[in-house]
Design a protein around this ligand. Sequence first.
Ligand code: SAM
Length: 291
Amino acid sequence: MPAWIPQPTDDGSFTFFSEEFGEAFHSRQGARAEAFVKFAQATDLTQQVQRGYIRLLDVCYGLGYNTAAALETIWAIQPDCHVAVYGLELDASVPQAAIAPDLIQIWTPRVQGILRALALEYQFRDDYLQATLLIGDARQTVQQVHQQNFQADAIFFDPFSPRRCPQLWTIEFFQQVAQCLAPTGKLATYSRSASVRSALQTAGLQIGSIPLEESHLPHEWSQGTIASLDGSSLPPLSLMEQEHLQTRAAIPYRDPTLTDSADQILARHALEQQQSQLESTSSWRRRWGIH
Ligand SMILES: C[S@@+](CC[C@H](N)C(=O)[O-])C[C@H]1O[C@@H](n2cnc3c(N)ncnc32)[C@H](O)[C@@H]1O
């Protein structure tokens, strides 16, 4: 089991750093805050609770923060809302390390019990929640979710970044994930990259932008992407973001058999970019003053 050493983030919650992927699991600005803003809020859970039941698909469950923030959001408004959750995670040691007392105490006691059960038994059942954690490559486990005819009202899409983990940002993987999205459901991801957005569109989804909060760095233009099948009530892309999708940065990653390695997917992508006639992304950056 890799030794997962907790690293503090700016809101006082902890994240891990993956040596294998060369990246932290969360934004340095706040791991817990990111789970609420970019996933629970972005998928409109507070509106969705009116129905009395919610189905969640947590792609790349990791420490379980996105599931935990969603459950807290839902039950703060309606404590008897029924929830079904599928979490997909490659490495069981991550959720297991995340239930250490110092880390898990940021959540309510009810949610702590759920995170513990998911990490140790891979499932939790009571009168209000049915949750299952599927351990394995999400490219395969998502097919089990689809076979159950699971239709998620919210999908939290949270892999490591496209350059580090391209296998989970391909058109083909998004097609699999989209089959698990309810007609009125929403998928949220922190990525605002043009390649991710065009892969979502090619997989049949409509996209919008997660708007920036008041304080943000000058080079930022969005907090991520929100997608749905019908496109209704999505925050629109700015003209700058729309033009980004016409540049070489918008060439999507592909994985035709859903089995390629990261290196194979990156090499295929680099070749397609070299051969492309699309506008270069640096000229788009110059035009919009992005440095
Ligand atoms: C950015 S972290 C997710 C953070 C998580 N959502 C949380 O709130 O803690 C990415 C996660 O993806 C997992 N992962 C990497 N490759 C995967 C794959 N092929 N299938 C499923 N999970 C994968 C990693 O083990 C890691 O836990």
